[in-house]
Design a protein around this ligand. Structure first.
Ligand code: UDP
Length: 410
């Protein structure tokens, strides 16, 4: 019942020219000590969101360096995902906890999946809270267990966290993006390393300016006028309404500016649609605000084109676990402005590789500075790209995982 996810091949050698030979050699040396180890990634979904983005590259690279690595997706129905959505929001600080019935549903689906899990794994990596109880239910099925947390646990709903902690504490090791996300009361060994993006994936591969322009034009963008852009789900914590407010302040001084809000939608996410509609209402028919989603056929290539072509890329989140979109934008050497929250400051050195802001006003001010000084934008973009190259590309993430596996074997 656990669904294996088939991933396209990737070869570490293809990344050598991008990340440099020393890192590739270090990875090969570490991997040599781990040949044939059976590694399983367990996650809640193979589509949408940051976790699947990461695994589509990390899993084939683990295979390429000689691990027997698999990725499986747990089984769940609507009632389970409704409960885990409440859990996800509560763990990031929403006051609403799960009902007793929802906790029971979460537990029941974890039991079903635990039963179905095959055994004999050297390491089982469980991603995020949805399948987190599985380790406590079938510890004997893997020699080592890791809980990989992708969310911001710095200000959780205390009741929800308290209820989850006994399951988390069964993991001998866990991995968080940053130390601030390790919750009080977490036992075991907490490790910290951030996620990464794949520079060779369609979303991040180098695009010619002409191709990016061609794609943006197809969506009604006037490519001869400045463009601000945010790529993210329609979610209050991503603050698309705040982005519109900042754009309006910019527009008062730079009337030709345009804004693109690009966000993926799930047809079965009513909350997402409500917020999408609220965003459309807030745009109030402004023809220079382009609100696009995957139902307009905006996929990875289009996201790449918008990020590559924009004069300023914004991620004005008010809460953000990591924010892959931040690194995606900076990798394209675009001037970037992000909310000073969660994982964003990890990726942006304010004033050097982008700007960090806390208000709509500040966001607009920085956008005006960048639009008024193309040299500034170029400097930020260049410095940002080099920092991503060193810190946030998948080979570095692979190296960090291998280091952890080696520690298990020591
Ligand atoms: N994304 C996308 N299309 C969209 C909006 C988002 O492909 O219309 C991608 C985005 O490029 C990124 C991921 O979805 O790779 C979102 O990850 P992030 O960590 O930024 O936020 P999350 O949605 O996980 O909170």
């Amino acid at each position: 019942m656990l669904q294996p996810v088939f991933v396209a091949q990737r070869h570490l050698s293809d990344y050598t020219s991008i990340v440099g030979r020393p890192l590739v050699e270090e990875i090969r040396e570490r991997a040599a000590r781990l040949q044939g180890k059976r590694i399983l990634h367990l996650s809640a979904t193979a589509f949408g969101g940051g976790v699947s983005e990461i695994l589509y590259t990390l899993v084939p690279l683990m295979q390429d360096v000689g691990l027997q690595c698999e990725w499986q997706v747990i089984y769940g129905r609507e009632e389970f995902f409704n409960a885990t959505k409440v859990m996800h929001n509560a763990l990031q600080g929403n006051p609403q906890d799960l009902s007793e019935e929802q906790w029971e549903t979460w537990r029941r689906y974890n039991e079903i999946n635990a039963r179905e899990l095959s055994d004999g794994w050297d390491v089982c990596i469980v991603h995020d809270p949805q399948p987190a109880a599985i380790c406590s239910l079938v510890e004997e099925k893997a020699r080592h267990w890791v809980w990989r947390c992708h969310i911001d646990l710095s200000t959780p709903n205390p009741a929800t966290l308290a209820r989850l902690l006994p399951s988390l504490n069964r993991y001998p090791a866990s991995v968080f993006h940053i130390p601030a996300y390790v919750p009080a009361g977490m036992d075991g060994r907490a490790h910290e390393f951030p996620p990464a993006i794949d520079p060779l994936a369609p979303k991040n591969m180098a695009f010619s300016t002409d191709d990016a322009v061609y794609i943006c034009q197809q969506f009604g963008i006037d490519v001869d006028r400045p463009l601000l852009c945010q790529v993210s789900r329609f979610d209050p914590w991503k603050d698309p309404l705040g982005v519109i407010d900042a754009y309006r302040i910019v527009k008062a001084q730079v009337p030709e500016v345009q804004l693109a809000l690009v966000g993926s939608m799930a047809t079965d996410d009513p909350e997402g649609w409500d917020y999408f509609n609220a965003t459309v209402a807030h745009a109030d028919g402004d023809p220079d605000i382009h609100i696009l989603n995957n139902l307009n056929n905006v996929g990875a290539i289009e996201v790449n084109a918008f990020q590559s072509h924009s004069d300023v890329v914004i991620q004005k989140s008010t809460r953000e676990g990591f924010g892959l979109t931040v690194t995606e934008a900076i990798w394209k050497a675009r001037p970037f402005i992000g909310g000073d929250v969660g994982g964003i400051p990890l990726q942006v050195i304010d004033g050097e590789t982008g700007f960090l802001v806390s208000t709509v006003q500040e966001c607009a001010q920085r956008a005006l500075e960048i639009l008024g000084d193309p040299g500034l934008g170029r400097r930020l973009g260049r410095a940002g790209k080099e920092s991503v190259r060193r810190r946030f590309l998948t080979p570095r993430l692979l190296r960090d995982w291998l280091e952890l596996f080696e520690a298990f074997e020591a």
